[in-house]
Design a protein around this ligand. Sequence first.
Ligand SMILES: Cc1ncc(COP(=O)(O)O)c(C=O)c1O
Length: 387
Amino acid sequence: MFHTSYIEINKKAYHNNLSWLRNRFGTDTVFSSVIKGNAYGHGIEHMLPLAEEFGVRHFSVFSADEALRAFKTSRDNSEIMIMGMIDDTELEWAIQEGVQFYVFEKERLEKAAKTAERLKKAARIHVELETGMYRTGFNKEELLACIPILRDHPYIQIEGLCTHFAGAESVSNYLRVKNQMKAYERFVRMLHKAGVSFKKCHTACSAASIRYPKTAMDMVRVGIAQYGLWPNMETYLQEIVENNKTTDQQADPLERVISWKSQVMSTKVVPANRFIGYGTSFLTNETTRIATVPVGYTHGFNRSLSNLGRVLINGKRVPVIGLVNMNMMMVDVTTVETVKRGDTVTIIGKEGHIDMTISSFSELSSRLNYETLARLPQDIPRRIVNG
Ligand SMILES: Cc1ncc(COP(=O)(O)O)c(C=O)c1O
C-alpha cells in the first residue's frame, strides 16, 4: 500500500448528491462544481471525472494552479473558472486555454485586455462586485472607471457578473445578505444602463442557493453540499424542519462522499499506573490494552484531539489516549478484545450502525467541516468505491 491510511470516495453518494442538487436548481441554472481546496480534500483528479460522468461541465477553483490541475483532468472540455488568485504570469496561459477568471481590480482588467489583444484571443472574465463582503470586488467608483474597457474592448468577454455572500448559512447575517442582494441588483441595472453586455449572473454558494433560492440565478457555485455536507446545522434544520420533513437521519437527502481509514499497526498491554506515550497526559487506571494507529497530525489528525478523539475499530468506538504524535496515535481497545494488527481503523466513516461523522470530528477539534476536509493531505491515496 505504501501509505498509512487511505481515503474512499463513494461515487454512488456523490451522484446522489448531484442528482438532488440538479433537481433542486433545474436544468436552466448551470451547476458549477466548486473544487477548490483539492475538491474540499476529496481530490480534484478524482472528483472532476465523477462530476463530468454525471454531466457537470463547469468547475470553480480558487487559483491558477488548481485550474491547471482541473484543465489537465477534464476529458469533456469543461469550463474552468478561477475565483481568486491568478498571477500576471499565468494570465497568458488562462487566456490561451479559454480558462475563465474573476476580475476585481482595474489593474487586472487592463493586464487581461492587453494580454488578450496580444494573443488575439478573448479573455473570458467574471466581474466581481463589492456588495458588502469586503474581501474582493469592484465598488461603484472603481467599476465606473472600468466601463469603457468592459463595454468596448474587443478582447474582453464578460462571462459573468458575480458576488459572494458574507455568511448566507446563518440567520444572524440575514440583513447583511439581503442588503448584498439589493446592492448586486443595483450593479446589474447600472451595467445594463451603461451598455455593458454579459452572459451570466451568479451569486450563490451552497447555503445561499438553499436558503435564498432567488440567488440561484443563471449559475450556482456549489461546494460543500455536493460532498454531502450541510454548510451548517441551521441550514440543515431549515431544509428539513421548516419544509415539514422529519429530523430522522433518513430524511437527509445528502450523503457523505468521503471515508478515511487506516489499520492497527500494533497492540500492547500496559499495566495500571503507567503514562501512555509522551508526557503525562494519560495515566492508566487499570491494565489497559492499547492499539497504535499510524495516523498523526502530519496526516491531518489534529493534535487537539489528544485524549479526546475517537475512531472505530471492529464496529466499536474507541478513545484516543495520550497525545496525538506526528505520525501515530494510541487508542484504548481494552473493551474490544478481538483487535489485532491489520484491523481496519475508521477515522471518518461508518462501520455497521456506528458513524464517525466529519462534524463530530470537526467539533472536537474546533474546526469547521470545511477546514477538516480541506486539510486532508493530498498525498493520502484516494480510491473510488461504488456504494
Ligand atoms: C466565491 C465562492 N463561491 C462559492 C463557494 C462555495 O461555497 P460552499 O462550499 O459553501 O458551497 C465559495 C467557498 O467558500 C466561494 O468562496
